[in-house]
Write a protein that binds this ligand. Structure first.
Ligand code: DUC
Ligand code: ZN
Ligand code: ZN
Ligand code: ZN
Length: 458
């Protein structure tokens, strides 16, 4: 059966035009004004924006960390994604010490295959770099895992400068790209010792131990390592203006640097860590949410196309899990949910309130991640031949975010009480109606997506 969406505005990264969309068997057949098709299911989408399915390139589902496991696994996390209009996620398959990259990938396939309601791919987080891992890289890339993650902090995954350099050089040969978590481990550890010595074990010590300079130092160092390795790199979850200055400096030197930020850094400021009681623990994430001036700078950078993607870093823990750190902030598991809220948040705070265009929103949430992570033009665009992953977005729908209407498996919503305009009304996954007004209709039909090498984003 064919489906025809009539009367909407089709958004791409470069334009928004009135056009109808015809799809069949999971694929888009035609996109143009005035399509007539008697055999099709016809849906009137007048007044709606049609976006290519949103891609969240930064989730942590079923991650065992900090002595616990994230509240969302692939089953609940991908349902939440779909509810908000995200039709593909890219999660971080994590190599633990002593494992091969293939073992790590197999572990993540076991978590996801058969459980996912949206399409999915994996980045590989490299934790244990050695000769045999280096030898595996070419096959890993040819098998469709073309992006990697490196951490400059966290004991279990920390990568020293020498290894970062070696990995970047090998990735350049193999045709993969690395996204890097930039924070200076040593400074954080020293600041934690100071806070504890001063008797401060409370939530607000979290922000004191991770000031912007911690991010900026690591970003600057990474970018110099990448300069020597002559390799493009992605800075994930950028949270500060100081961090951005290092990126601007590297770009002036001619380096290819891609940047991701997340809704939480665009919506909140560090005052969340001073909320009464233990409320601030809901926002204990790393990097931390920074100052009001950083928040405003990130919006400016998005408007100026200096930041390429907005992903969520969805890494959810319940209030009971967060409570493990009631007496010691370093024991609060780091992370917050966001996978279902991102499209509406970016539309409301970006397009409605901050002067982003719908084309920019399309680039940040769909086209750019599709290009950078090697799934374009199969995904990231509404065009003949592309997967029929598509969001019918109602720009005028008014609603209030709340744990009451949240699909994710968490007992709080970090955006509780925030009223927004704009909602994913109908979500199509490969031509089938998979979610409607925040309710998931089609479960566990998500497929694994092997990816191509990254495309340059201009
Ligand atoms: N930061 C978080 O807050 N959670 C998951 C991993 C990360 O880097
Ligand atoms: Zn598990
Ligand atoms: Zn990170
Ligand atoms: Zn992350």
């Amino acid at each position: 059966m064919k489906t025809l969406l009539k009367g909407g505005t089709v958004v791409s990264g470069s334009k928004a035009v009135a056009a109808d969309v015809l799809m069949e068997n999971g694929t888009i057949l035609d996109v143009k004004p005035g399509i007539e098709e008697k055999e099709a299911d016809i849906i009137d989408v007048t007044g709606r924006l049609l976006f290519p399915g949103f891609i969240d390139a930064h989730t942590h589902f079923d991650l065992h960390v900090a002595g616990t496991v994230t509240a969302d696994d692939f089953e609940s996390g991908t349902k939440a994604a779909l509810a908000g209009g995200t039709t593909m996620i890219i999660d971080f398959a994590t190599q633990y010490q002593g494992e091969s990259l293939h073992q790590a990938l197999n572990n993540w396939h076991k978590k996801a295959d058969g459980y996912a309601s949206c399409d999915y791919g994996f980045h590989l987080a490299i934790s244990d770099w050695n000769h045999s891992v280096s030898e595996e890289l070419d096959t890993i890339v040819s098998e469709g895992v073309t992006s990697f993650k490196l951490y400059m902090t966290y004991d279990e995954m920390y990568m020293a400068d020498k290894k970062i350099y070696q990995i970047l050089k090998r990735l350049k040969e193999a045709g993969g790209i690395a996204g890097v978590h930039c924070e200076n481990k040593g400074i954080i550890e020293a600041l934690i010792e100071e806070e504890k010595a001063n008797g401060n074990f409370s939530v607000n010590a979290h922000k004191k131990t991770r000031p912007a300079a911690v991010e900026a130092e690591a970003a600057g160092r990474l970018l110099k390592i990448a300069q020597v390795a002559d390799c493009p790199v992605i800075i994930v979850h950028l949270s500060s203006e100081a961090g951005y200055k290092e990126i601007a400096y590297a770009r002036e030197r001619g380096q290819e640097v891609y940047v991701e930020t997340c809704p939480q850094y665009l919506i909140f400021n560090e005052d969340v860590y001073d909320l009464p009681g233990f409320e601030g623990s809901k926002y204990v994430i790393s990097p931390t949410i920074k100052k009001e001036s950083d928040r405003q700078k990130l919006w400016e950078l998005l408007k100026a196309d200096q930041i390429q993607t907005v992903s969520t870093d969805h890494c959810s823990f319940t209030t009971a899990q967060k409570a493990a750190g009631r007496e010691d902030f370093t024991k609060i598991p780091n992370g917050m949910p966001g996978v279902e809220a991102r499209p509406a948040l970016v539309y409301n705070f970006g397009v409605k309130q901050n002067g982003l265009t719908v084309e920019q929103m399309c680039r940040m949430l769909s086209e750019n991640p599709a290009k950078l992570y090697g799934v374009y033009p199969r995904k990231g665009v509404i065009a003949p031949g592309s997967d029929a992953d598509l969001v019918v977005f109602n720009p005028d729908a008014k609603w209030t975010m709340s744990v009451e209407n949240q699909v994710a498996n968490v007992d709080y919503c970090p955006f509780e009480g925030i009223s927004v305009e704009g909602k994913a009304e109908l979500v199509f996954l490969k031509g089938r109606l998979a979610a409607e007004n925040g309710e998931v209709l089609l479960e566990k039909t998500g497929a694994y997506v092997a990816r191509n090498k990254p495309m340059v984003i201009s």
